[in-house]
Every structure is written in C-alpha cells, then in structure tokens.
Ligand binder design. Structure first.
Ligand code: NAP
Length: 233
C-alpha cells in the first residue's frame, strides 16, 4: 500500500496510544502531536511534534510547518481530551473553560488548519473522538456533554462541506474505555471485562474507518461495552 501519514493527538494516552502502536505495526507513518512524546524518537516512521493543544497560538504555526515538511500527511485522528464530572454549580468558570477548550475548541482549531491541506489531497480522513455523552446527556455530565455534543455537530457539518473534495470526516462515540481518563475521577467502569471497552477495541474501530475504500465513509460509530456498570471510589 502507499504509506499513509496520520497525525494523532492524545497519543500519550489510552486510545491515541493504542492507535499509534497499531498504525506503526501496520506500516503507517505517525505524527504524535502532543505535549509528551508517546514513544522513543528512534522508532521507524514515528515523529513527535511538541504541542500543547491549549495554546491556540501554537497550532497554526505547528500545522503549517508539518504540512510543508511532511506533505504526505493525509489523515488526522484527534483523540486528546479529558472528562470532569459534577453538578454544574460545582464547576468554576476556569474549569468549564478548560474542558471546552481542550475537548471542543482545540479540535476545531486543529481542523481549521489541517482541512485546507487535506482538501488538496485526492482523499483524506479526519476522525474525531466523541463519546456516548455526545448522544445523550446524563447527570453530572453537563459540561462534558456540551463539549462532546458540540464536537458531534461540528463533525457532521464539516463532513457535509468536505465530502466533495475527498475529505471523509468520521466520529467515534465510545462508551466507557479503561484508560487514564478515570485517573482523576471518583468513578470508573466496574472490574468485569464486560463493563468497559479496551483502548484496542476503539483503535480497531478507527483503523477500520481509515481503511474503508475511499468512496465509503464510516461517518459515525457508537461503540459500547456490553454492560454499563460503574464502580465508585
Ligand atoms: N476513556 C473513556 O471512557 C472515554 C469514553 C468516551 C470518550 N473518551 C474520549 O476519548 C479521548 C481519549 O481519552 P483516553 O481514554 O485515551 O484518555 P487518556 O488516557 O486520559 O488520554 C488523554 C490524552 O489527551 C492528552 N492531552 C490532555 N491535555 C492535553 C493538552 N493540553 N495538549 C495536548 N494533549 C493533551 C493527554 O496528553 P498528556 O500526556 O500530555 O496529558 C493524553 O494523551 C478523549 O477525547 C475522551 O473524551 C474517552
């Protein structure tokens, strides 16, 4: 196959890391776009581009440099994000801003700078990571759901305006996935393996989206564990 080059955010974390490993094993070229490198630099086909997604002023310049240095870049999977949960009145304005900036504004800005490059390709892919919270709001999830509903609307609109130029826009909405996502939360999926997805389950799904023939789009996938059981600390 022609070697594709995929930019990944969140590669130092669970879902992005699993995808990065999987793509490298399959011979893709991967650009790890994040604050901390996920793998040592000497791994073949792996490149780290140091970027803090919360520093909006960096993003345009980083992307501009990447597309000029690595013109084969033809896909991006934006997996960085975090979850904070609680009743709305428990959030400070700063905490609300942080969640919306990381989960919604930063992927929108990254897409803003990547899309013109992708539209010049014959075919390209942009995959965003939503959540079950992008489909249905639930208790203590108002701010997180706002960020993920926003991302879902954004991906649908971008898909509609980009398809004629060969750019496929996809969204994966996972239920609970065992990862560092829960490290700072007071709950996690219950221990039984039926109660959570693995990061490799989600990575497999993203890989399938990337590998569909170019005339087909897996535009939105809802992937859930068999059971929904939460355990509290
Ligand atoms: N786990 C779940 O149950 C679940 C379910 C549905 C959806 N999701 C979504 O899936 C995505 C990935 O989650 P995950 O489970 O892989 O979480 P994770 O293991 O906690 O990974 C989060 C990733 O986001 C990166 N990140 C955070 N802040 C950043 C910043 N300012 N600049 C650059 N990178 C930053 C982290 O990098 P650092 O190493 O630099 O912190 C890390 O690589 C998120 O969008 C999340 O909302 C997760």
């Amino acid at each position: 196959m022609d070697r594709r080059t995929v930019l990944i955010t969140g590669a130092s974390g669970g879902i992005g890391g699993a995808l990065c490993r999987r793509l490298l094993q399959k011979g893709y070229r991967v650009i790890d776009f994040g604050r901390r490198r996920a793998f040592p630099e000497n791994i073949p086909n792996y490149h780290h581009c140091c970027a803090d997604l919360l520093d909006a002023s960096q993003l345009q310049q980083r992307v501009k440099r990447l597309v000029s240095e690595i013109p084969t870049l033809d896909a991006a999977v934006l997996a960085a994000g975090c979850g904070r949960f609680g009743n709305l009145e428990e959030f400070s304005a700063e905490q609300i801003r942080y969640l919306l900036e990381l989960n919604l504004l930063s992927p929108i800005l990254l897409c803003r700078w990547l899309v013109p490059h992708f539209k010049r390709k014959k075919s390209s892919d942009l995959i965003l990571i939503g959540s079950e919270a992008a489909i249905r709001g639930g208790r203590k999830g108002a701010v997180y759901s706002a960020s993920k509903f926003g991302l879902r609307g954004f991906s649908q609109a971008l898909r509609a305006e980009s398809a004629s130029q060969g750019l496929r826009v996809g969204l994966v909405n996972p239920g609970m996935v065992r990862s560092g996502f829960f490290d700072e939360l007071d709950f996690a999926p219950a221990a039984d393996e039926n109660c959570a997805l693995s990061v490799d389950d989600v990575a497999a799904c993203i890989l399938q989206m990337l590998e569909m023939p170019s005339h087909c789009v897996l535009d939105e996938i809802n992937l859930s564990p068999l059971q929904h059981v939460i355990s509290f600390d």
